[in-house]
Design a protein around this ligand. Structure first.
Ligand code: AGP
Length: 604
């Protein structure tokens, strides 16, 4: 969570920081702040809420000449979203921004307080700046003091620190939270927690590894590894295309991302869907040697695609597959066996729980593969192999196109493994590939469909809850539909296996309980029909999504008759996304930045 930017150079620093933070605002928007050291000394500004408030507060300020600057946008972990708890945190003469959690902060804080240090905030971060200044009063050497400080921290962090004791430097350190350094030919130096803020500004980038730290000053960066040995900085070229990050006339990024799904699905499939087989150039076939089962670990929406993938792996590749929520997996003392392929799924590639689950699997000697949307992210770097989903930057906090492409990659992977293991007939493989090729078309959003959902959405703004129900692969889709709705509408929604309703939840049924019934024709239609009839008999309000007219439905969205369940899956996925979007817009919510959430969950 949280976003960090930093800059060393001659340009106007306030706008560089604010523009950079704007790119990261989706990571957290409880508060934001900046601190700058220039020839006139140290300046800082903080504001609660979205970045716009900080922009307003700083409108009469601009920096001049050479200087160093750091900024932060916050998703609160320790302490309420107040100005005092906003970063950058101040000591006597230094400022720090931090992304992550310092687990032993209380211990450090207690010691510092005994020495007479006064803390202003409730955050873990403030301990860093006070510990630094305490060390500097002993060592009288800012970089050694920073190094000492970092060595005392447990937990996850990406840190930038500036100090009047060395006013032309930024000290940095990374462990567990992402941090990168950008370079260009003008001798400017940029820092950020992901590459979007520096695209178009820097031309080359270095992604820090865990345990690395160092300092940067005009035209010079010194980098050290965890044992204090100086490291050569191996820079990579930075992509230049930021077009995908703009809204292109849509009201919200989420809306744009729903409409983009057809196109990104094509991108996801290119070079992978061949005439008569699936190919993943990035995979070495030996990855699947001696593999007898698969375990998939993920969180949130990525967990829902994992659940869908498990049906496909078992059905098509005939390989036993288990799915686990990463935050549960971490602490259950799991039994890991070497003949299990460990797959993680993550849009951001930075989710702390998923990353830690992956590290556990690596430590246990399992082969690991990640399905991820962000190249060079922590999870991609930690994983033995990686398949990129190629969904492009996803900015809406509520994930849409990332889910669609994750699910496609899982479907393709199940076919790839099925063929590799000789578990699928030529005929079945061809039928699957024919269906795969139709997906981009199924994902096209027509005006007719969008208008219909827009009109219908006004009837779903109240009630005491929503049940999304489905069977088989439509059960994870029901979970995902419910998550989308609750994330951005703040209405209570549950996803349930349709056959499970009668084992308890049906007790809630009355006319104010809205049931969104996923009723595909190609998979267990009669079974789900009976489940929906049971709910209708208890007066629940039913919105049926199906190619088949359903007379008990209060509302009905007709889908196409498709011979393949995955085509029905993707069509219904778009409908549930649009429904959540339209309900949220009618309720006047901020679709892209819903309350209490952040795009990238880098704390456990
Ligand atoms: C999706 O709409 C959510 N915002 C959230 O559940 C997300 O999928 C989850 O935090 C996992 O993120 P990741 O895919 O980046 O690992």
């Amino acid at each position: 969570m949280c976003g960090i930017v930093g800059y060393i150079g001659k340009k106007e620093k306030k706008s560089i920081l604010l523009d950079g933070l704007k790119e990261l605002e989706y990571r957290g928007y409880d508060s934001a702040g900046i601190a700058i050291i220039e020839k006139d000394g140290l300046k800082h500004f903080k504001a609660v809420g979205k970045l716009k408030n900080l922009r307003d507060k700083t409108k009469n300020y601009s920096s001049s000449g050479f200087g160093v600057a750091i900024g932060h946008t916050r998703w609160a972990t320790h302490g309420k979203p107040t100005e005092l708890n906003a970063h950058p945190h101040l000591g006597e003469y230094s400022f720090v921004v931090h992304n992550g959690i310092i687990e032993n902060y209380q211990e450090i804080k207690d010691e510092l307080e005994k020495m007479g240090v006064t803390f202003l905030s409730q955050t873990d971060t403030e301990t860093i700046v006070h510990l630094f200044e305490k060390n500097n009063s002993d060592f009288k050497n800012p970089f050694n003091s920073f190094k000492q400080t970092v060595s005392k921290l447990n937990g996850a962090y990406a840190i930038l620190l500036i100090t009047e004791a060395e006013p032309e430097s930024i000290f940095f350190a990374k462990s567990g939270s992402p941090l990168l350094i950008g370079f260009n030919e003008e001798d400017e130096i940029y820092f950020a927690s992901s590459d979007t803020p520096i695209i178009g500004k820097a031309t080359e980038v270095y992604y820090l590894e865990d345990g690395e730290y160092g300092y940067a000053k005009k035209g010079e960066v010194k980098l050290f590894d965890s044992s204090g040995i100086e490291k050569k900085i191996l820079k990579k070229p930075l992509p230049t295309d930021k077009k995908m990050a703009q809204k292109d006339g849509f009201r919200f990024f989420m809306e744009k991302e729903i409409y983009e799904q057809s196109q990104v699905m094509n991108d996801c499939m290119i070079g992978r869907v061949l005439d008569d087989r699936v190919e993943f150039e990035e995979l070495d076939k030996s990855l699947f040697e001696n593999i007898n089962s698969i375990k998939i670990c993920a969180c949130g929406t990525s967990y829902h695609s994992a659940l869908t993938g498990a049906y496909l792996f078992e059905r098509l590749a005939k390989i036993p597959t288990q799915v686990e929520i990463a935050s549960e997996f971490r602490y259950k003392e799991p039994l890991l066996q070497r003949d299990t392929l460990f797959i993680t799924i993550s849009q951001s590639g930075e989710t702390a729980d998923t990353l830690e689950a992956l590290k556990m699997a690596n430590r246990a000697g399992l082969k690991t593969l990640t399905i991820c949307n962000v190249d060079n992210s922590s999870i991609v770097r930690e994983s033995g192999s990686a398949i990129l989903t190629r969904a492009g930057i996803e900015k809406g906090v509520a994930s849409t196109k990332a889910f669609a492409t994750q699910t496609m990659v899982l479907w393709l992977l199940s076919l790839y493994i099925a063929e590799l293991k000789g578990n699928i007939s030529k005929d079945r493989l061809n039928r699957e590939l024919n269906a795969v090729r139709k997906v981009p078309k199924v994902l096209i959003v027509t005006d007719r469909l969008h208008d219909k959902i827009h009109r219908l959405s006004k009837r779903y703004l109240h009630g005491h809850g929503f049940f999304f129900i489905g069977r088989d692969i439509f059960f994870p889709l029901a979970l995902e539909g419910a998550l989308k709705l609750k994330e951005i509408s703040y209405l209570h929604a549950e996803g349930y296996p349709a056959g499970e309703m009668k084992h308890g939840p049906i007790a809630l049924a009355d006319s104010e309980l809205f049931t969104i019934a996923l009723m595909p024709k190609s998979l267990h239609y009669d079974k789900i029909k009976s489940n929906v009839e049971e709910l209708s008999a208890r007066d629940a309000t039913i919105l049926a999504i199906s190619p088949e007219e359903f007379e008990l439905a209060d509302d009905f969205i007709r889908t196409k008759y498709s011979s393949h369940a995955m085509l029905e899956f993707f069509e219904m996925m778009v409908i549930t996304q649009l429904l959540a979007l339209e309900v949220s817009i009618r309720l006047g919510n901020d679709v892209d930045m819903p309350r209490n959430l952040a795009k990238s969950v880098t704390v456990e």
